[in-house]
Ligand binder design. Structure first.
Ligand code: BTN
Length: 265
């Protein structure tokens, strides 16, 4: 069944963002679409959801598989009045609040793989892609993109992704209502409207609590170079501190991908 807007809005009740939710059968990318709308003046709280994406995007130019009827592909618009460097923790803040949303609807508490993946059952079940647009005076808008694998079976992932990707249904053993979870994700993201800047330290503390990367041996890949170290901490802006043998070094999310020594985690 296609994603049902009425069920999402019913679950949102009188939430102020309910009237700003738009649901489509298929778009190229909800992030791309919302960025275009934001440039045309769409208000804070505008949310785009699609039943499928033909060109879903992830971090570092990767694609995000977005088959119909299976997942949540959602983008939400914030217009924080600040400078871009004050939003370094945005992706982490989104991950922190989404863990609560997933737990509330499914009973499963996901972990966070630094920096933007939610994991459950040993697999990636969700990814976050945040994108900023700047004006002369600072941040014009932030688009928060969230993709969640809800109801796929293992064999429905392409073979080359099966060791990495999974779904909430695989991890929890039962089907997930995409509409109920989408509404809870919207609620969770909307809390950042008030707390993103004021509650940064608390949000980062929540992030660290759920982060499964901490304490692990990791491979840090930047361009052609791969280094092995131990992930020892995450600072209050979301940077990973990795000890490569000479004490902690700061690793910024920008161009870097991190994976475990023995596989994705
Ligand atoms: C990642 O895994 O690196 C992030 C994936 C983010 C995917 C979501 S799906 C909704 C939104 N639209 C996109 O094109 N990407 C994000």
């Amino acid at each position: 069944m296609r994603l049902q807007k009425t069920a999402i809005c019913k679950a949102l009740g009188d939430h102020p963002w309910s009237s700003l939710v738009q649901v489509y059968d298929e778009v190229d990318s909800t992030n791309t679409m919302l960025k275009a709308m934001a440039s045309e003046g769409a208000p804070e709280g505008t949310v785009i959801l699609a039943d499928s994406q033909s060109a879903g995007r992830g971090r570092m130019g990767r694609s995000f598989l977005s088959p119909e009827g299976q997942g949540i592909y959602l983008s939400a618009l914030l217009r924080p009045k600040c400078q871009p460097q004050e939003l370094m923790h945005l992706t982490c803040a989104v991950a922190a609040v989404l863990c609560g949303a997933v737990e509330k609807i499914t009973g499963l508490r996901p972990g966070i793989k630094w920096i933007n993946d939610l994991v459950a059952g040993g697999h990636k079940v969700a990814g976050i892609l945040t994108e900023l647009s700047l004006s002369a005076s600072g941040v014009d808008y932030a688009v928060i993109g969230v993709g969640i694998n809800c109801n796929q079976k293992p064999e429905e992932f392409p073979e080359e992704l099966r060791s990495i990707a999974g779904s909430l249904a695989m991890a929890g053993g039962k089907q997930v209502s995409r509409e109920a979870l989408a509404a809870e994700c919207i609620r969770a993201i909307s809390t950042l409207q008030g707390t993103l800047m004021t509650d940064r330290l608390a949000l980062m503390e929540r992030y660290r609590r759920d982060c499964v990367t901490l304490g692990k041996r990791v491979l840090v890949q930047k361009g052609e170079e791969t280094r092995e170290g131990t992930a020892v901490n995450i600072d209050d802006w979301g940077a990973l501190l990795v000890d490569f043998g000479n004490g902690p070094e700061t690793v910024l999310a920008g161009e870097v991908s991190v994976r475990g020594m023995y596989g994705y985690l």
